[in-house]
Design a protein around this ligand. Structure first.
Ligand SMILES: Cc1cc2nc3c(=O)[nH]c(=O)nc-3n(C[C@H](O)[C@H](O)[C@H](O)COP(=O)(O)OP(=O)(O)OC[C@H]3O[C@@H](n4cnc5c(N)ncnc54)[C@H](O)[C@@H]3O)c2cc1C
Length: 463
């Protein structure tokens, strides 16, 4: 036997013995994953008065906001932007009230503080009476025929089961839908959106940094410099963007960073009085498969390597960053694009570009498209409906999907993956799940009129 490389064992299998495991919790609505989609779903369902449990694999709620450091929750918002309000807006307002947000540089919004939002999410969960279960990875659905009736988790406590009347898959990767046999689709790896290792800096001279930004302001039109070509609607091109490309291009030219790192580019988030420059979205890793741990291992390490080169370039060529140092990486690599369910209705590019309207709307979303080489900002008041059917997986019962894995094509996903849209889908999912529990009906049979009444009561604009 050879122990020097795991590769020698690839292809061989073992049979895991069947075992009896404890059911550690029963609930009405079980939400798996606590990003903007899952957190909104859990809060919305609990506010309908049913029992809700929120399961999360990490030690904090918030998903990409808190674990990756994606702080730009509503950077699309401009004077004429029309939105759903609801729990997405509450995330922002509560973060402001708790000192966990600062004004965002390019929009009429606030940037969430990735660390502070952990506490905001704790408070929201506690106040709504959601039963919290952190540090549990959902590894399999519990099935009764084609109905999902709970999940199996793995943790330091071993394998445990949680049973529920309705399950909401808000894992971002449609883990439960996929394992329950519901059809899902994945973008071919060569066309997937890149993954990013995010980081935050300390030791930045805020005044000098902002003077540098003012002296050489960047625009969305500048996004089409270097590696990327971005399609806009034209109106975006001259607008200010917190874009950083020149320091990295110069660093490549001067040999400060390796010549192949031409993809270093992107946006900065917030610069704080205390010298922190946060939400540094500069490292883009093409070819990372977010559902493959070997791929994740490779790109976590490569991402960290690239971040250190990016910091060298910032220190050398960006005013105010001369004394900057790494404050922290996100807790995990940021994944944008994995499985999406084949839903009862899959949103299309036509829908998101043409203000789609649906009778089963669960909330509106402004015309904001960001991804796969397209950037359209909602500066005009145009908006679309998010249909309930795009949360309903085909073939499997007892399960809704909320967040970035809802049904849709690539350009639809470039809209619905955004965190505020994930919160819209999550809130609708939570309300529909609670209605299904209350009335003892299948998720596909929920009365959409009742859902609309509750959405209105919860302050969501849905038409
Ligand atoms: C680098 C980067 C930058 C981005 N920038 C922006 C931006 O500026 N603005 C914007 O709106 N969007 C942005 N996005 C997109 C946005 O962050 C995501 O699409 C969004 O967070 C998805 O929300 P979600 O609730 O579906 O999933 P997530 O936020 O991914 O949350 C999923 C949660 O489920 C948990 N989970 C996953 N699997 C399991 C399991 N099996 N068991 C238990 N728990 C599980 C995860 O730990 C996580 O907490 C960015 C994404 C990345 C990666």
């Amino acid at each position: 036997m050879c122990f020097d490389s795991g590769m020698h064992f690839r292809g061989s299998t073992i049979t895991e013995p069947a075992r009896t495991i404890d059911v550690v919790h029963h609930t009405d609505v079980l939400v798996c994953g606590s990003g903007p989609g899952g957190l909104a779903a859990a809060l919305a369902a609990a506010r309908c008065g049913v029992k809700v449990c929120l399961v999360e694999r990490f030690g904090c709620f918030g998903g990409n906001i808190t674990t990756v450091g994606v702080e730009g929750f509503a950077w699309y918002r401009h004077e004429h932007t029309v939105e759903a309000g609801g729990i997405g807006r509450e995330f922002e307002d509560r973060a402001i009230a708790m000192g966990a947000a600062v004004p965002e540089s390019q929009s009429l919004s606030h940037e969430l503080d990735a660390e502070g939002f952990k506490v905001v999410a704790d408070r929201l969960v506690e106040e709504a009476g959601v039963y919290p279960m952190l540090h549990r990875m959902v590894v399999a659905p519990v099935m009764d025929g084609n109905r999902v009736t709970g999940v199996i988790t793995e943790s330091k406590a071993g394998r445990e089961a949680i049973l529920a009347t309705v399950v909401i898959d808000a894992t971002g990767d449609a883990d439960i839908a996929h394992r329950s046999g519901a059809p899902t689709a994945t973008t071919p790896i060569e066309h997937m959106q890149a993954a990013s290792v995010m980081f935050h800096l300390a030791g930045v001279d805020k005044r000098a940094f902002l003077e540098g930004v003012r002296a050489d302001p960047q625009t969305y039109g500048d996004w089409s410099t270097g590696e990327w070509q971005i399609e806009t609607s034209g109106k975006e091109d001259a607008m200010f963007s917190p874009f950083l490309h020149k320091p990295f291009a110069q660093a490549v030219r001067d040999g400060v960073v390796p010549a192949h790192l031409t993809t270093l580019s992107g946006t900065w988030g917030a610069v704080h009085d205390t010298g922190e420059l946060t939400y540094m979205n500069l490292v883009h890793l093409a070819g990372c498969d977010g559902t493959n741990p070997d791929s994740l291992t490779r790109f976590e390490m490569e991402g960290r390597r690239q971040v250190m080169h990016a910091i060298d370039a910032l220190r050398a060529y960006t005013p105010g960053c001369e004394g900057a140092r790494l404050r922290n990486f996100g807790m995990t690599i940021g994944i944008r694009d994995t499985r999406k369910i084949d839903a009862v209705y899959n949103l299309s590019e036509h829908d998101v570009r043409n203000e789609a309207r649906f009778d089963d709307s669960i909330g509106i979303y402004p015309e904001f498209i960001d991804g796969y080489g397209v950037l359209i900002l909602p500066t005009t008041g145009r908006y679309m409906h998010i249909p309930y059917r795009s949360l309903l997986p085909r073939t499997v019962r007892g399960l809704l999907v909320a967040g970035r894995a809802i049904g849709g094509d690539r350009i639809a996903h470039a809209a619905t993956r955004n965190m505020a849209c994930c919160a819209v889908a999550g809130q609708g999912a939570g309300i529909a799940a609670a209605q299904a529990v209350r009335h003892g009906v299948d998720l596909a049979e929920v009365d959409i009129g009742d859902v609309h009444t509750e959405l209105t009561r919860q302050g969501v604009r849905w038409r």
